[in-house]
Design a binder for this molecule. Sequence first.
Ligand code: FE2
Length: 303
Amino acid sequence: MAIPNGFSTMPFNPEKQPVMLSRGIELLVAGKATSDGAGVKLTRVLTQDLQRRLDPFLMLDAFGSDNPNDYIAGFPDHPHRGFETVTYMIAGRMRHEDSAGHVGLLENGGVQWMTAGKGVIHSEIPQQEEGVMEGFQLWLNLPGRDKMSAPWYKDFSNADLPKFVTESGVAVTVIAGASHGVAGAVTRDATQPLYLDLHFPASARFEQRLPPEHNAFVYVYRGQVSIEGTPISAQRMAILRNDPDCDGVVIEVDSDAKVLLIAGMPLKEAIAQYGPFVMNTQQEILQAIKDFRDGHLGEIAGR
Ligand code: FE2
């Protein structure tokens, strides 16, 4: 094939190619104020009614408060089965313990990635009596074939997370997937999650290529951004349209902003959820409840 004038013969690297046509916004979502655990106040950004639309993601909670009454009791011992939890701590300190013997302290921009698989019981308890506690918990589904896999867990300190700065000054933390040729802390074949934390300086833009069939959304947690000319203010999620003509997303800002960009390949499987259990069928849910009641999800050492 002839190479047109002005084009180089550099090897094709899709991660480094610019986005030719950005996805637009399908829906802006404010989230719902709720509480979970032992009364932790939070905003459920990705709610159960959006699970099919945002497959493979099941939930996104944002928590942030400088009032200890909103968070101090934390999330005492509770079970999970059938999916993965990704906790990203912006401010504050949270201690994690689980029935698989894992203990960790999550703080200052660290990430805890936990694959519940066939089941764990864990607790997430704040390690502070005052100050700001802020972060996010994302639930990522597992394909049916992996729902009963062995639990897995890893803590990443902020220093462990891959990072880069774009030419326009956007500081990018790659929690999962890959961006601009930088591989993230975690990759998953079945769902191919992309999880980026983007810190924009004023008048910056960020381009990310996305496969058109992957479901994608952004959550703005500081400032305001715009996509295809539509503004998205703080504490809003924008679901990005799946358009076969679009090869990614372009996010622009006028002034400083912080944004999560999350995308993944849909599993297209049935979703059956009962609280902390997410399986494919109601029968599997009943089995999960029975296994939990019978003590088969184990217990946290020393309880
Ligand atoms: Fe949990």
